[in-house]
Design a binder for this molecule. Structure first.
Ligand SMILES: [Zn+2]
Length: 86
C-alpha cells in the first residue's frame, strides 16, 4: 500500500517539479529583463567618444558622457589641479 502511494507521488511530483523550475527560470528571466530594459531603452551617444551609453536623468543628452570618459575626465582634472599646485 505504502510503496504504491509513493509511486503515484513520484509520477505526479516530477512534472510539478519540472514545471516549477521552468516557471522560476521564466520569472527570473522576466525580472532581469524588466530591470535591464529601462536602462538600455534610453541610449545616448557619449559627448566625448561617441559610444552608446545609458542616459542619465537630469543631464542633457548632449552633455552625457560614458563612465569610461567620466573616469578619464576626472583623472585629467585631478592631474591639472596637481600641475597648478606645482
Ligand atoms: Zn565616452
Amino acid at each position: 500500500m505504502l510503496s504504491k502511494g509513493s509511486g503515484w507521488l513520484m509520477i505526479i511530483g516530477t512534472p510539478i517539479t519540472v514545471l516549477g523550475t521552468v516557471f522560476l527560470i521564466y520569472t527570473y528571466d522576466e525580472v532581469i529583463r524588466r530591470t535591464v530594459v529601462p536602462l538600455s531603452e534610453e541610449l545616448v551617444r557619449c559627448a566625448l567618444c561617441g559610444k552608446l551609453t545609458p542616459r542619465v536623468a537630469g543631464i542633457n543628452p548632449e552633455d552625457t558622457i560614458c563612465s569610461r570618459c567620466k573616469k578619464e575626465v576626472s583623472r585629467g582634472i585631478r592631474r591639472m589641479k596637481k600641475k597648478k599646485r606645482l
